[in-house]
Ligand binder design. Sequence first.
Ligand code: GLY
Length: 382
Amino acid sequence: MTQAAAKIRSDVIVVGAGLIGLATAWELTGRGVSVTVLERAEPGCGATGVAAGMLAPIGELDFGEPELLALNLRSRSLYPEFVASIEAATGADTGYRHTGALHVALDRDEAGELRRVMELQQSHGLDSSWLGPMAARDLEPGLSPSLAGAILVEDDAVVDPRALVEALRIGLGEAGGRIEQAEATALVCDDSGRANGVETTIGRFEAPTVVAAPGAEAGIAEWIPAGVRPPVRPVKGQVVELRGTPEDPACERVLASERVYLAPRPDGRLILGATVEEMGFDGRVTGGGVHELLREAYRLLPDVAEMEFLDAIAGFRPGTPDNMPIIGRTAVDGLILATGHYRNGILLAPATATAVSDLVEGREPEGLAAVSPDRFAKQEAK
Ligand code: GLY
């Protein structure tokens, strides 16, 4: 990272080095586009650094918008190639594992709800199947003996977001992309009102296209002109990290109940996530949050009681009024938004990167109407 910018010019500036920003920079760099990423703190220091990394387009399905389901499934299908390209370029292990996931009902009420979810999934042609308690425990012997049933979603997977960010940081550097530690203070526009750079705390960066990927801070990012600043709010999530051993992992695949999910890491760690709290930017880890996660994890997988407590952290998901991401061009020519991914930022990184790169190159990617930035402007005008 440089200390002072001396009129650095590139084809594209990406503001925000979370997974969305870095994946976009990676995709653009691969297409021969020169990119400068601006990050006020450290790469991955926002929601990415706290995320458990569940890739669960089916298991965590919210049927609100068919277009979001299509985007989630498309992004899931892009993941193997996305991580393979980074791992091949850097030799890093991103923790990507196509393990499938078990979504578990712990009592009869939950079983009824889970069956309903499964039927809905199957009616959309998605791959999920019912397992009785014994079959579920054959797959995951550590599960609670009193579970009422489970659905197995073979295509769900997991990745380590922090490892992925570190690999992208290295890969981008080796591929000629720049990541600069600089806080954006203003969008720079030419006389016609078209974006052509970003003013920062260390000087001005120039580019004919600016991609705003500031995550949960998008709604308070004063460098984005007020008229196109997206209605993003922080939704707090706390997670707990436990240590196990790779030889004797607590579970083989992602486990989820109604109130908690457990994501195993290749080194034996287990990530317990996550609370969902409307607390503004209050980032404190609380006794109540940690208690809830440990209690619910214990109900699902009693062996967690034997694991070493490593850490508890909190972060902010970028929430939007309709829980859908915000991806697309804005009313300011040359300014593209890629934010508001709420609970799906890790999953949606490859599809967002591809869509934004297409927009940068002047193409019109399909399937973005439901996530277009102007949907909120249209609502206001009604
Ligand atoms: N995607 C899981 C979460 O946001 O907690």
